[in-house]
Design a binder for this molecule. Structure first.
Ligand SMILES: Cc1ncc(COP(=O)(O)O)c(C=O)c1O
Length: 359
């Protein structure tokens, strides 16, 4: 068996330990003679998986039972619509911080439901930075303030929550979920597609503070899109195998030491990579230094030809999925929780050698 060093932005690398458990249990889940994905979502085994995963998330994030946890479908892209559908009436306003393509998509959907006030946009600077609190122009009458905590494409990240002046934050945390400590009391709702830091694609985790959920519209919303439908029960067939995988990833997160462990190792990994980029002028970071992401590290080489050569030679060294997003080009190394320090060190050694050979 050969496993490469996978720097995919998503769906992304999963912990080897988790894949091995899934492989072991695939044909015979805990002596039941079937896999978990061949069983009823109302059965005892799957109910236990669902409950365990929610209990683990509650512990890992210190939610203190103040949040409803839902495993939904349709990806983070569905949340762009479902959030305003539930929380924004036509006469109401929501503030959105525009830090890239994903924020823009969220803004587009919200406009279908109510007034959108763009409190900041980084578009004129090609989204190479996130705003400081002083740059936010909040409407002051907002239902919620929406932001994208980590911008997967540009490689920018808020280092802490934007100051929403007490208005509940709604966060698209798809690409930095469980990667570091967050101030949970500031949030009304957090959503994340699983396929970067949490598990395979197919499930989206949505956390909604109970008192914030109480302020959501209860009627005039199709049943499946109404958050209340999912708050206390499994309404319809969930992506059972994906949730099973999420539960295994959460177990792994807890066994490793939870958020403090990942916050520390993610900083170590990012520091190592940015130090290599900043060493001399050969590599050039795309994001502004204060806005740099610890999850998606984006950089350029002196020419596109060298970037092509870099990708080719990297692949020959089993370093894969390093091509930048098509809208900005260059190189992107996605170094989520499951990316090991060892993979990172091998990447950095390759980068140093490539610079020595071509600089
Ligand atoms: C920050 C962010 N938000 C939203 C999305 C879209 O997620 P999905 O494909 O699950 O709808 C992505 C996908 O990469 C993302 O990185």
């Amino acid at each position: 068996m050969k496993r490469v060093h996978n720097f995919s932005a998503g769906p992304a690398a999963l912990p080897l330990e988790v894949l091995e458990i899934a492989q072991k249990e695939l044909l015979d889940y805990q002596g039941e003679g079937t896999s978990i994905m061949e069983q009823s979502h109302r059965g005892k085994s799957y109910t236990r998986v669902d409950t365990e995963a929610k209990e683990r998330l509650n512990r890992i994030l210190g939610l203190g039972n103040k949040f409803k946890i839902m495993f939904l479908q349709g990806g983070a892209s569905t949340q762009f619509m479902q959030v305003p559908y539930n929380f924004l009436k036509p006469e109401e306003t929501a503030d959105y911080i525009n830090t890239g393509i994903w924020s823009k998509k969220a803004i587009k959907e919200a406009k279908l439901f109510g007034n959108v006030h763009v409190a900041y946009t980084g578009e004129d600077q090609n989204f190479t930075r996130v705003p400081a609190d002083e740059e936010l122009n909040l409407s002051g009458e907002s239902r919620y303030v929406h932001f994208t905590s980590n911008n997967t494409i540009y490689g920018t990240q808020f280092s802490s929550e934007p100051d929403s002046k007490g208005t509940p934050l709604i966060c698209d945390a798809s690409s930095d979920f469980l990667s570091r400590k967050i101030d949970i009391d500031k949030y009304g709702l957090i959503y994340a597609g699983a396929q970067k830091n949490l598990g395979p694609s197919g499930v989206t985790v949505v956390l909604i503070r109970k008192d914030f959920l109480e302020t959501a519209d209860k009627k005039d919303i199709p049943t499946i899109l109404n958050y209340h439908t999912h708050a206390d029960r499994i309404f319809n067939t969930p992506p059972t195998f994906a949730v099973y995988m999420v539960n295994l990833v959460l177990k792994w997160v807890e066994e490793k030491g939870g958020i403090p462990y990942f916050e520390k190792i993610n900083s170590q990994k990012a520091d190592l990579l940015y130090k290599t980029i900043d060493d001399d002028g050969f590599y050039r970071g795309i994001a502004e230094v204060n806005s740099r992401s610890k999850m998606n590290v984006t950089f350029r080489l002196p020419s596109e030809a060298l970037e092509q050569q870099f990708l080719k030679e990297a692949a020959e060294h089993d370093l894969v999925a390093l091509k930048g997003h098509r809208t900005i080009g260059g190189i992107r190394a996605s170094i989520y929780n499951a990316c090991t320090l060892e993979s990172l060190e091998i990447l950095v050694n390759f980068m140093n050698k490539f610079r020595a050979d071509n600089g």
